[in-house]
Design a protein around this ligand. Structure first.
Ligand code: KIV
Length: 298
C-alpha cells in the first residue's frame, strides 16, 4: 500500500470529500509503526498512556516528561500519519506562557506535528497563543478525562439541553479559534451528528456514534490488551491480550520441557574450534584460568 503524508489540511479536505478519518492512539515505536503502515490518518500519543501503559489509576497522573518520552518513540516510527501529542493535566491551563512552552516541547523534543488539549470556550485564549506560536492544535470536548473529578467519574456528557448547547457552542468557538479538528468523547450520537454538521473542521468520535467525520480508539482497548475497564463504545477488534497470554504460557511450558530452544534456534560452534575448546576445557583448572585473566586485565 503506498501511503501519503497526512497533514492537518488534508484531514479537513477529507471531511469536505466525506471520506472517513481513521485514527488511533500509540505510545511506542513498534505499535506506532504497525499503526502507520496500516494506513491510520492520525496517531495520537494520548495521555491514556497513563492508564494503559504506565498503570496509573487515571490520566491526571502522567507528566510532561513521560508524555515527551513516548511521543519521541512514536514519532520515530511514523512516516505517513499525522502525529499528535496529548497535553497532560496542568501542562496548559496554568498560564499561556507555560502552555506554549509545553506545547512546543511536544513539537521540538517529541517530534509531534500538533498537540491536543481538553476543554471548550474557556481555553480558546490558550489555544490562540499556541496557534500564534505556529503550533497546530486539536480540540477535545465531551467527556474530557482530565476533568473526571469535576464530572464525578467517566460519565457520558451532553445529555441535557444546557449541556448539549454548551458543547455545540464550544465546538463552534474551538473551530473559530483555529483548531484543525475536534475529538468528541462519550456524548450521545445525535449531539455528535449536530456538532459535526455545524463545524467545518473534522470531528473525531470516541463513544460519539457513527456520524462523526472520523473515529479514534485507544489501541490497547480495541486490541483487547487493556481489559480492566470497558466502556460501552469499546469494541474488541482483536484479542491480542489473550494471544499474548497463550504465547507466554507456551513459552514457559516449552522451556520447562526442553522443547525450546531447539537446534533451529541455537547457534552452531565451528567443528574444528569445538574440538580445541573441549580439549582446553578438559585440561585446565577453570578458577585458575579466570584469575589469570583478571590479573591480566586489571
Ligand atoms: O488520551 C487519549 O487516548 C485520548 C483519546 C482517547 C481521544 O484522549
Amino acid at each position: 500500500m503506498s501511503l501519503q503524508k497526512v497533514t492537518a489540511k488534508k484531514l479537513i479536505e477529507k471531511k469536505n470529500k466525506r471520506e472517513k478519518i481513521i485514527t488511533i492512539t500509540s505510545y511506542d515505536y513498534s505499535f506506532a509503526k504497525i499503526a502507520d503502515e496500516s494506513g491510520m490518518d492520525l496517531i495520537l500519543v494520548g495521555d491514556s498512556l497513563a492508564m494503559v501503559v504506565l498503570g496509573y489509576k487515571n490520566t491526571l497522573l502522567v507528566t510532561m516528561d513521560e508524555m515527551i518520552h513516548h511521543t519521541k518513540a512514536v514519532s520515530k516510527a511514523v512516516t505517513n500519519a499525522l502525529v499528535v501529542g496529548d497535553m497532560p493535566f496542568l501542562s496548559y491551563k496554568v498560564n499561556k506562557t507555560e502552555a506554549v512552552k509545553n506545547a512546543g516541547r511536544f513539537i521540538q523534543e517529541g517530534g509531534a506535528e500538533a498537540v491536543k488539549v481538553e476543554g471548550g470556550t474557556e481555553i480558546c485564549p490558550i489555544i490562540r497563543s499556541m496557534l500564534e506560536a505556529d503550533i497546530q492544535v486539536m480540540g477535545h470536548i465531551g467527556l474530557t478525562p482530565q476533568s473526571i473529578y469535576q464530572f464525578g467519574g467517566f460519565l457520558v456528557q451532553g445529555k441535557t439541553f444546557d449541556a448539549a448547547k454548551k458543547l455545540i457552542l464550544d465546538a463552534r468557538n474551538l473551530e473559530k479559534t483555529g483548531v484543525f479538528s475536534i475529538v468528541l468523547e462519550s456524548i450521545p450520537w445525535q449531539l455528535a451528528k449536530l456538532i459535526t454538521s455545524v463545524v467545518k473542521v473534522p470531528t473525531i468520535g470516541i463513544g460519539a456514534g457513527p456520524y462523526c467525520d472520523g473515529q479514534i480508539l485507544v489501541i490497547h482497548d480495541m486490541l483487547g490488551i487493556f481489559t480492566e475497564i470497558k466502556p460501552k463504545f469499546v469494541k474488541y477488534f482483536g484479542n491480542i491480550g489473550k494471544s499474548i497470554r497463550k504465547a507466554l504460557e507456551t513459552y514457559k511450558s516449552e522451556v520447562n520441557q526442553n522443547i525450546y530452544p531447539d537446534q533451529e534456534h541455537s547457534y552452531e560452534f565451528p567443528q574444528d574450534a569445538l574440538n580445541d575448546i573441549n580439549k582446553w576445557f578438559n585440561s585446565v583448572d577453570i578458577d585458575e584460568e579466570s584469575q589469570k585473566l583478571k590479573k591480566h586485565l586489571f
